[in-house]
Design a binder for this molecule. Structure first.
Ligand code: FPP
Ligand code: MG
Length: 332
């Protein structure tokens, strides 16, 4: 996704300052062992970070006209929760590169990455002290959801036999829940429970549309454009929407994939015929339909707020994602 501007003047630069101050807080910054914050900064300030969650918080906050300092606090917490989850995810996945840098587990070690993630999570929750208690309670529930989804993904990868329903649970917990909180928290901070429910739905559907698009690009995007090797999901047995859909539609494909996945080492060449088979089954067009239906549901939940400054940005973001997903189908 290309960067989308903020409706609030200088929001992103003020967000960056607040993110820095959260890590420079004397409660943490002068304390040993300094390596935990060093590793956290290494990931949090990598230039390739898209700041999608802070921007969404700003959009939802602008739609309700909530005070700037509340938007910044929620945006900082969202980005820190996301960063903490990535530190942990790279340990779980044995990742080597993230945001154009070596992962913390690679540059330091697993202990630094896990404990750095724990510290970041605490700093994330500290950002919410001045907001209504419900905002923090929801954040804690969110982290529990993300954690369960990450474990479900590990189990799914180990068993290799994940279904569409399992894919949905994992994507919802890993991606949908945090984007949902980005809508819920600004509304709760303003004491607006109905808007919290609607914005939560909007964020969740945006998250699912975003995740399915990511999975689709892994299958049909060009490596150079998606910034990683094509077929990484197929290669790593990662639960992916189009692959789950293809498995549900063709038993022979499912058998062929299971046979391939039983091998110790897999080459990209071996995955190419399977990817071509999935494409022949018409899965990309069906996947696009699912993306579009999530985007439509996101916009429906936004309703009349789509004409506010922040709401128009959310609608623009959704349309940009729709166009990207549609374009990806053109080259196949
Ligand atoms: C990256 O997605 C990972 C996540 C979105 C969340 C991972 C969650 C945990 C590890 C649970 C712990 C949570 C917290 C908040 C400490 P991906 O694996 O689909 O994408 P990638 O290819 O970028 O790794
Ligand atoms: Mg991962």
């Amino acid at each position: 996704m290309t960067a989308f501007p903020s409706p609030t003047p200088d929001f992103l630069s003020r967000f960056e300052s607040q993110l820095e101050s959260s890590l420079d807080d004397p409660r943490h910054s002068d304390r040993e062992p300094r390596v935990l914050l060093e590793a956290s900064r290494h990931l949090a300030f990598a230039g390739a970070a898209k700041r999608m969650r802070p921007l969404l918080v700003d959009y939802f906050g602008a739609a309700l006209d909530i005070p700037d300092h509340h938007r910044l606090a929620i945006a900082t917490a969202a980005e820190l929760i996301h960063t903490a989850s990535l530190l942990h995810d790279d340990v779980v996945d044995e990742g080597t590169h993230r945001r154009g840098r070596p992962t913390a587990n690679r540059q330091w070690n697993n202990s630094v990455a896990v404990l750095g993630g724990d510290l970041l999570l605490c700093i994330a929750l500290e950002q919410l002290y001045d907001l209504p208690r419900q905002v923090t309670v929801d954040a804690v529930t969110l982290v529990a959801e993300m954690t369960r989804a990450a474990m479900l993904e590990v189990e799914a990868r180990d068993s290799g036999g994940w279904s569409l329903a399992e894919w949905e649970d994992i994507a919802d917990g890993k991606t949908g829940s945090l984007l949902s909180w980005c809508g819920v928290a600004p509304a709760i901070s303003a004491g607006l429970p109905d808007e919290a429910r609607r914005f939560g739905q909007c964020g969740r559907h945006l998250g699912l549309a975003f995740q399915i698009t990511d999975d689709l690009l892994d299958l049909i995007g060009e490596s150079a454009r998606i910034g990683k090797n094509r077929f990484a999901d197929l290669h790593n047995k990662n639960p992916s929407y189009p692959v789950a859909l293809a498995r549900s539609r063709s038993l022979p494909l499912r058998t062929a994939l299971d046979e391939l996945w039983s091998k110790e080492i897999l080459s990209t060449q071996e995955l190419e015929p399977i990817a071509a088979w999935i494409i022949e089954l018409g899965v990309p067009a069906l996947t696009l339909e699912r993306i579009e239906s999530h985007l439509d549901l996101a916009l429906e939940a936004l309703g009349e707020f789509s004409t506010t400054a922040g709401g128009a940005h959310i609608a623009g973001w959704a349309e940009q994602l729709r166009a990207m997903a549609r374009n990806s189908l053109e080259g196949i």
